[in-house]
Design a protein around this ligand. Structure first.
Ligand code: DX5
Ligand code: ZN
Length: 222
């Protein structure tokens, strides 16, 4: 067991959308609330956009970790930083210039993150790591909660962990999709320090599920 800080970020995609304020209160022992924005274009599902995220930002007891699964990230991502989100992660597949966009997000005052779909090659981004505050390695195809964890994404995670060590950086490595008490250790072992969990948290008593995930992750911390 190491000393690396670990973060548990519940995804409100699995929350009850008509009781969002209560669902946010229920995860106040977590580190950040993971907010999935989908546009039915970049992914085949539709969730929420700026008006709802603004209200979440206003009432959430913990900071917002935005995950933008939307096309034309260059146009839309800065707006979420302006709303006061703690971190804004966009997909590299949806940006024409990830470095320029990350700089814009950082200038506004949020942490800038890139996300990679399962089929996306990490190599072009390894040398660019100093430009980002966090990297999200998707462990399912983005679009839906409740899918199975893809262990074959661990080599990609390890590549980023090696690059992080090489550059001596404090970039957070995040995993999203199929994270449960049974899979979180595999991701922690491969170098992840930030864990998104939707169905695993809201499928039970959130506070208990968050505590269980923390214990399971810490057993495998670097
Ligand atoms: C999927 C979303 C995830 C989703 C994870 O595209 O990005 O954040 O909520 O859900 P679980 O944890 O149920 O796999
Ligand atoms: Zn997500």
């Amino acid at each position: 067991m190491g000393v690396t800080a670990q973060r548990i970020n519940p995804s409100i995609l699995s929350a009850d959308f008509v009781n969002l304020q209560a669902e946010l209160e229920a995860i106040r022992t977590a580190d950040l609330v993971h907010v999935d924005v989908m546009d039915n274009h970049f992914v085949p599902n539709l969730t929420m956009g700026p008006p709802i995220v603004e209200r979440i930002q206003a009432v959430s007891p913990i900071p917002l970790d935005m995950h933008l699964m939307i096309s034309d990230a260059d146009r839309w991502a800065p707006g979420y930083a302006e709303m006061g989100a703690f971190s804004v992660t966009f997909h590299v597949e949806a940006s024409t210039d990830p470095v320029a966009l990350a700089r814009k997000i950082r200038d506004i005052g949020a942490r800038a993150g890139i996300a990679l779909k399962p089929g996306t090659d990490p190599e072009p981004y390894l040398e660019l790591l100093p430009e980002f505050d966090q990297v999200l390695v998707m462990t399912v195809e983005p679009g839906f909660g409740g899918q199975s964890f893809m262990p074959d994404m661990m080599p990609k995670l390890r590549r980023f962990a090696e690059a992080r060590a090489k550059h001596g950086l404090d970039v957070w490595l995040q995993v999203d999709g199929g994270i449960t008490v049974d899979t979180i250790g595999i991701a922690a072992e491969a170098g992840a320090d930030t864990f998104v969990a939707g169905s695993a948290v809201y499928g039970g008593v959130p506070e208990e599920r968050i505590a269980d995930l923390r214990v399971a992750a810490a057993q495998h911390a670097h």
